[in-house]
Design a protein around this ligand. Structure first.
Ligand SMILES: Cc1ncc(COP(=O)(O)O)c(C=O)c1O
Length: 370
């Protein structure tokens, strides 16, 4: 049988908000022969993945593993294991993914308070301090790299405030992990999650998650069962830890090969070098777009290197530009979301995409199209 639709899939320069370009080594790993998910060799691969994740997240947390599912599954895993109905949860919101956290926590019966900040500005630490001085929370949650706006939130400073309270600190690192430092232990993070398809440069499908000992203790003290069977970490750990592994669900074997390889590439290059490469490409992009008269949406002091929100020039049909970039040049860039739709483009410089030749190729195509 000829798979005609799949024959139409072409290499695309992925410069949107994710997925990012996948390096050939990761494609090779994905296409290795599938083995059993309880094969002793596979268990060794799993153990190595956990070790590599700990290094990239900068944590000693024993409970560190990839959840089967995309970044949102990582988000659900953190909330569903830590929240019980009636718990007070504070979510700091300055974009789409903070809003998603509020929704997820609310569905679990949490009493959610949100502090909302302008989309395009960072979370204001003084407001967080004030709120925490007035009320006790079980969880304080924030997004490190807000992909919808291109803003980096001051997660270390917020962590220092949360550390003074009894609350657990929950941080989304879907876009930041692998592209800028994530210091889970130093920042006092209790639950952290990410996704594979951004700066880790592996296709979408896995969500690395890590829980501190404090967070694990809280899950063990739950009065109610975790309401979601698939994401219940107390069961999943029996597959990921210990001498005897127990089946929970069939692990996505080949995706895990891909993640193993993707993490290995970052560690081989050296995380500091990888972060430097992201910063250099970001600087080149800002300069090149500046020369074309295109301005950045976010102030330099809180701009993300890997997700660049740029102001759409006056009078430009933004959807037509994106469509031409894709059809004529095979380059993908992202649109604005929610209140920023039609106002910004989101240009991703993530993982394997973060190479100067890609910035030059985009700039040349964009200037032709404009
Ligand atoms: C910051 C952030 N959190 C969560 C998610 C959700 O991840 P996914 O789309 O992989 O489910 C995304 C996806 O773009 C994201 O950027």
């Amino acid at each position: 049988m000829k798979d005609t639709i799949l024959n139409s899939v072409q290499e695309t320069l992925l410069m949107g908000p994710g997925p990012s370009c996948v390096p050939p080594e990761v494609y090779r790993a994905l296409s290795l022969p599938t083995i059993g998910h309880l094969d002793p060799l596979f268990i060794e691969i799993m153990d190595e993945i956990q070790g590599r994740l700990r290094r990239i997240m900068n944590t000693k947390n024993r409970l560190t593993l990839p959840i089967s599912g995309t970044g949102s599954a990582g988000m659900e895993t953190c909330f569903v294991n830590l929240v019980e109905p009636g718990d007070d949860v504070l979510v700091l919101i300055n974009g789409v993914f903070g809003k998603r956290m509020e929704d997820v926590a609310g569905r679990l019966g949490a009493m959610v308070d949100a502090i909302e900040f302008d989309w395009g500005a960072p979370v204001d630490v003084a407001q967080v301090r004030e709120r925490l001085s007035k009320k006790d929370y079980r969880i304080v949650a924030v997004v490190h790299a807000e992909t919808s706006t291109g803003v980096a939130n001051p997660v270390a400073k917020i962590g220092a405030l949360v550390w003074e309270t009894d609350a657990l600190y929950l941080v989304d690192t879907v876009t930041s992990l692998g592209g800028m430092p994530v210091e889970a232990d130093d920042w006092g993070v209790d639950a952290v999650y990410s996704g594979t398809q951004k700066c880790l440069s592996c296709p979408p499908g896995l969500a690395p998650v890590s829980f501190s000992e404090r967070a694990v203790e809280k899950t063990m003290q739950r009065k109610t069962k975790v309401p979601n069977w698939y994401l219940d970490l107390s069961m999943i750990v029996n597959y990921w830890e210990g001498k005897k592994r127990a089946y929970h669900h069939t692990a996505p074997v080949n995706m895990l090969y891909g993640l193993h390889q993707a993490l290995g590439l970052i560690l081989d290059e050296g995380p500091e070098n990888v972060f430097g490469r992201h910063m250099d490409c970001h600087a080149l992009l800002v300069e090149t777009l500046g020369d074309m008269g295109i301005a950045m949406f976010v102030d330099p002091d809180c701009r993300l290197p890997m997700l660049n929100a740029v102001v759409i020039p006056e009078g430009v049909d933004e959807a037509a530009v994106r469509s031409r970039l894709l059809t004529d040049y095979r380059i993908e860039i992202g649109a604005g979301l929610g209140p920023l739709a039609g106002k910004i483009w989101r240009i991703g410089v993530m993982g394997h995409t973060a190479r100067p030749e890609n910035i030059t190729r985009l700039a040349s195509a964009l200037s032709d199209v404009l």
